[in-house]
Design a protein around this ligand. Structure first.
Ligand code: 9WO
Length: 259
């Protein structure tokens, strides 16, 4: 195997480090770790707790249900992670907390973060973290408007997204599927063999061998799907003349269908 340089180092703070095997041991991301393009270090805040019972959580001041992650073990873990990254020559580590009240992760944000050399990611549990830990946090990131049971799955989701942006991770075939979102439209539909499945035929144009016709059909499908499922994306996008013409066609066809 070709020896490549580590492009991105992750230090993850989590009470459930085993969960990250889902990322490090499987598929495209697993291969990136194996090839040493990415480096993963797991830190359990419990190891930084100083009391006999290794306590990491406590009740909230002001009352109310639920427990919070205490500041001291978390901050000690953050500092250990930064020190470790610094010893690897990474001077500009970014500390990220995964929280639904953070900034929404996007393709652009992922691209930006994948250019960092080192990330320290806090995957919290219970009801969240003591506010004072935020003095050590550079960015709060959300992967969507919903609440989960912990920050681990959001952290892994973001990591997967960053890892596949790194050069050398995807092969040429896999890279081609990156196009969705890059051009601001949703991906068109795809078909594989057999030509007829339970009486449903593959669209004729895809069998025609006419590449220009196929390109136009796919672009129109993309526009149709984006218009139906994500009109917000269309509103943001600068359409080419060709796209505008296709979208007009789609709208006329829709009006005819609804009569
Ligand atoms: C939960 C929460 C709910 C409403 C408003 C703000 C909030 N912050 C948190 C929070 O930090 N929660 C911790 C992490 C502890 C409980 C589980 N956690 C969590 C993170 N659940 N869901 C997420 C998450 C992270 C990123 N993107 C989507 C969801």
């Amino acid at each position: 195997m070709k020896t490549s340089k580590v492009l991105l180092t992750f230090d993850i703070l989590t009470l459930m480090p085993e969960m990250f095997l889902a990322l490090s041991d499987y598929g495209v991301t697993g291969r990136a770790f194996k090839k040493k393009i990415v480096n993963l270090n797991l830190l359990n805040p419990r190891e930084f707790s100083t009391d006999l019972h290794k306590t990491v959580d406590d009740r909230t001041y002001g009352g109310g249900p639920g427990m919070l992650m205490m500041a001291d073990p978390l901050v000690k873990a953050i500092e250990a992670a930064k020190k470790r990254q610094s010893s690897l020559g990474i001077k500009d580590s970014k500390v990220i907390h995964m929280t639904p009240s953070g900034k929404l992760l996007s393709h652009n944000k992922a691209k930006e973060l994948s250019e960092c050399k080192g990330l320290v990611i806090i995957a919290s549990r219970y009801e969240g973290i003591d506010e004072r830990v935020n003095n050590w946090v550079d960015e709060e990131i959300s992967i969507g408007d919903y609440v989960l049971s912990g920050g681990e799955l959001p952290a892994m989701t973001m990591m997967d997204c960053l890892i596949r942006q790194l050069p050398g991770v995807l092969n040429d075939d896999e890279s081609a599927t990156q196009d969705s979102f890059v051009n601001g439209l949703l991906d068109h539909s795809h078909f594989t063999r057999p030509e007829i499945f339970k009486e449903m035929k593959v669209p004729e144009v895809l069998l025609s061998g006419n590449h220009e016709k196929i390109r136009l059909w796919r672009l129109k499908e993309s526009l149709k799907l984006t218009w139906r499922n994500r009109p917000d994306l269309l509103a943001e996008k600068l359409l080419t003349k060709e796209e505008t013409r296709l979208l007009e066609e789609i709208q006329i066809e829709q009006e005819q269908d609804s009569i």
